[in-house]
Design a protein around this ligand. Structure first.
Ligand SMILES: [Fe+2]
Ligand SMILES: [Fe+2]
Length: 244
């Protein structure tokens, strides 16, 4: 079995469609989503319904999902992010809303641990430094631990003499997952922030013990056009062109 590991879809259905088509082409049928399904993008309902349609999915709640559900204070969000959460709340109904409401903050299987932000603070911590990794390494048992939230494709692991080893993941980067504790972020499907506007996603093979990162082209202009029609804050559309 190989898992399609992805995060931070953020209502960008064009990007999600392209990523799911990429997985289909590569024979991947089991999925892991690290949260933030809604927020920022124009099609939160379509994204939630697409994930609902996956036969095998392990997913957790992100901070934008939690805010939509009224479980996280809006003071954590800037004006455009807050606007998009209110917008998403009006769009999400029925089964899609129930799906979001049922997502846990943490999931643990025999193959991995899953949280949105960090193992110690699943909804709020941006895990970006070696010292944060050292503290968080004690907060999970099954390695690798997949995270999202920062929208940065990267990994952390315990290195020589206890010094954390870390690097950004570029397209076609491979990370051996046998030696833990290891924390991996597959980057963002719907709002990349590492200067590459393509959707980011990963494939994890627990038998071969390897994780690979990929970048997938999608129709950025189609998402931006829809955002314009919906009169979403212009910065949310503009940033998609540059991946920041
Ligand atoms: Fe996010
Ligand atoms: Fe987040």
């Amino acid at each position: 079995m190989r898992y399609g590991v992805f995060s931070d879809v953020h209502g960008n259905y064009e990007a999600l469609r392209a990523v799911l088509a990429f997985y289909k082409k590569n024979g991947v049928e089991d999925f892991v989503c690290c949260g933030d399904i809604v927020g920022y993008g124009p099609q939160p309902l379509e994204c939630a319904e697409a994930l609902l349609g996956l036969k095998s999915l392990t997913a957790v709640l992100g901070n934008h999902d939690a805010a939509l559900l009224g479980r996280l204070e809006m003071k954590w969000f800037n004006a455009s992010a807050a606007w998009a959460i209110e917008f998403s709340r009006r769009r999400l109904t029925g089964r899609a809303l129930d799906f979001l409401a049922r997502l846990p903050e943490r999931a643990v299987t025999g193959d991995f641990t899953l949280v949105h932000g960090s193992p110690r603070k699943p909804l709020t911590e941006y895990l970006l430094s070696g010292s944060q990794f050292a503290d968080n390494a004690k907060a999970f048992e099954v390695s690798p631990c997949f995270i999202g939230h920062s929208h940065m494709p990267l990994y952390f692991r315990e290195g020589e003499k206890g010094v954390p080893e870390t690097d950004f993941l570029r397209p076609a980067s491979r990370v051996a997952t046998a030696k833990g504790p290891l924390i991996l972020n597959p980057g963002s499907v719907g709002q990349p922030r590492d200067g590459d506007p393509r959707a980011a996603c990963g494939i994890y093979d627990p038998q071969k013990k390897v994780f690979e990162l990929y970048r997938v082209f999608y129709d950025v202009g189609a998402t931006q056009k829809l955002m314009g029609e919906l009169k979403m804050p212009p910065i949310l559309a503009e940033r998609l062109s540059f991946g920041f």
